[in-house]
Design a protein around this ligand. Structure first.
Ligand code: COA
Length: 172
């Protein structure tokens, strides 16, 4: 097995070469063309948001990726609170089910701690085990996005949340 390394890069510092490699990996899982991926990134990732990449040291290939974007969450009637929203979690499909996804999430947990931030993510029900094994906790009540209740996906947090409802400022 080759040595792996991780890199956390602010969007303002990401290179065109890194973006190309990120898109190549995302294209394995989400069937959009290069232009659409580029457009999504420019519309949804701000300069202060982050890209997290796990590299193969030997050939510099990105094996696992996710982005961390600032989102605001309103719990019950409280004021909106800043979170890092984890999105586009993916692993090179040729290394599927080898523990790389869990490694990526462990690095994410470490970085959230270092950044003194809490994280949230949205996922489909079949990934419940994956995020539970990553020590993320499912929010069991209703959550809202764009004024609508979300019923086809779950929201998970890096720390336990005890409010009754929550509203997300944006998707990620
Ligand atoms: C989801 C994903 C990141 C997991 O990465 P991975 O490296 O394959 O996962 P791991 O090997 O670390 O999995 C650890 C455990 O999580 C669970 N798990 C992982 N992927 C799963 C899946 N697709 N379905 C159900 N459970 C899954 C399993 O319990 C697994 O343990 P096991 O292999 O011993 O059964 C990867 O499959 C992927 O890139 N999927 C496509 C993109 C995607 O759907 N991303 C999620 C967006 S919310």
């Amino acid at each position: 097995m080759n040595t792996l390394t991780y890199s956390l890069v602010n969007h303002s510092n990401v290179s065109a070469e890194q973006i190309k490699k990120i898109i190549d990996l995302k294209k394995q899982h989400w069937n959009y063309g290069e232009e659409e991926h580029l457009k999504w990134i420019s519309q949804n990732i701000n300069n202060n948001d982050y890209h997290l990449m796990v590299y193969n040291n030997v050939n510099n290939e990105i094996l696992a990726y996710l982005n961390l974007v600032e989102v605001f969450i309103t719990f019950d009637e409280s004021l909106p609170k800043s979170y890092l929203g984890i999105g586009n979690v993916c692993v090179n499909k040729f290394l599927n089910r080898n523990g790389l996804g869990l490694l990526l999430m462990q690095i994410t947990n470490f970085l959230l701690n270092q950044l003194n931030k809490e994280g949230c993510l949205i996922c489909k029900p079949h990934l419940h085990n994956f995020y539970s094994k990553s020590n993320w906790i499912k929010f069991e009540s209703d959550f809202y996005l764009d004024g609508l209740i979300v019923s086809n996906a779950g929201i998970y947090f890096s720390t336990k949340i005890s409010s009754k409802t929550l509203t997300l400022s944006k998707n990620f």
